[in-house]
Design a protein around this ligand. Structure first.
Ligand code: PNS
Length: 158
């Protein structure tokens, strides 16, 4: 039984995240998507909202669970018995920081990190850009699943 962990803020989940999640779900028996609660970082959506959106847009994946965590990622990963942490890579610019985290997490826990290249059509996407476009009333329907676009509309409604 192989279990992958995909961690992130998911504020909110985008088609880029979903692409990595779906492709990972085809490679592992089970995938755990973990939404991080970081009290030092302010988010547009609460932890519960981010988790709900993720559960909604991944409901079609039978081998996937959505969970939440606070604290060190490796503590959560060890507790859940995961075989690998999976991170999406959009561009070379992501690599330096992700490599550092992967090496740190390996030093702390012995758990490997695998990088999944984002499908090119999604490589420009980020949650922060989506929030920015939505904040100013732009169309985010090609960037996030419909339930997420709806929540953004409601959140930024004047
Ligand atoms: O979607 P994000 O914000 O890029 O995800 C970053 C995340 C949640 C994967 C990273 O911040 C993380 O692992 N946070 C948990 C705290 C931790 O373990 N930090 C040390 C490893 S760098």
């Amino acid at each position: 039984m192989t279990r992958a962990l995909i961690p992130g803020s998911f504020d909110p989940v985008t088609f880029g995240h979903l692409d990595v999640i779906e492709r990972t779900a085809r490679l592992f028996d089970e995938v755990l998507v973990a939404v991080v609660e970081n009290p030092q970082k302010s988010t547009l959506f609460t932890l519960d909202e981010r988790t709900e959106m993720l559960a909604e847009v991944t409901g079609h994946l039978s081998n996937l669970k959505v969970d939440e965590f606070e604290g060190l990622l490796v503590d959560f990963a060890l507790d859940r018995g995961v075989n690998a942490i999976v991170k999406g890579l959009r561009a070379v610019s992501d690599f330096e920081y992700e490599l550092q985290m992967a090496q740190l997490n390996y030093r702390l826990s012995g758990i490997e990190t695998l990088f999944m290249p984002t499908t090119p059509g999604h490589s420009f996407l980020s949650s922060s850009l989506v929030r920015e476009v939505a904040r100013f009333g732009g169309d985010v329907s090609s960037m996030v699943p419909p339930p997420v676009a709806d929540r953004l509309t409601v959140r930024f409604r004047a």
